[in-house]
Design a binder for this molecule. Sequence first.
Ligand SMILES: C[S@@+](CC[C@H](N)C(=O)[O-])C[C@H]1O[C@@H](n2cnc3c(N)ncnc32)[C@H](O)[C@@H]1O
Length: 249
Amino acid sequence: MSDPLRAWHGLAGTCVLLDGFHALKHALRFGAEVPVAVTADRAAALALADALAPDVRDTLDALLTEVGRAAYASLVPRPHPTEVAALAVRPAREAGLARLARTPRTAPVVVLDNPRNLGNAGAVIRLAAGFGATGVVTTGTLDPWHPAVVRGGAGLHFATAVERLAVGDLPAGPLYALDPEGEDIRGTKLPDGALLAFGSERSGLSPELRARADHLVALPMRPQVSSYNLATSVAMTLYHWSLGAPHAV
Ligand SMILES: C[S@@+](CC[C@H](N)C(=O)[O-])C[C@H]1O[C@@H](n2cnc3c(N)ncnc32)[C@H](O)[C@@H]1O
């Protein structure tokens, strides 16, 4: 690329920032369109690819342009230890919504009801990608494509569908809402077509989400412990789904 910094500044407003080697590696593996990628140390980045991601090594070799350390640092909120950054085209919302709406599903959709913490949302997207979930839907004001969420998701937004929707517009399917007051999840088989909904870190499930829920299910928890962290609750629930789904990863 003739002038990567110029290209970067032209695209930064509309593209998704991939911050670090691992985010770029994951995005490429899952088909992201990456128009510009820079590094402050090309030899080190390609050595990382040789060691950790030989499958995308040639793509990275063609894509990565070395820029000065100061120029690299000027492009990112805080320099990443791998000194790699890239911009990816955000998938069209229509495509994400179509993926979420398609039935029958082979894996659940995770719904985060008004999440507040960007790192939690990113961790949940990483979990959804790892378990092969159909997608992650957030309700409320948090942008699930916020740079801090993409950072927390390690570039795995491109491995699943990620959209924000109102509770009234959630995809079809039986909704299992996770709540400590629900029925023990160990007696429940979660269907592949389920929506698995989790409440906000601050206030739990909203009244709208509760009204849409078909089942309330609880994760085992000792008395006097109030609740688990949001992302760990999603991890346990997806793991529980995977145990009953022979085709799950
Ligand atoms: C940090 S908790 C919310 C705590 C919040 N203060 C409340 O009043 O519910 C975030 C979400 O994780 C899920 N969660 C946490 N612990 C759970 C448990 N033992 N059983 C089922 N869901 C749980 C629920 O969906 C909950 O809304």
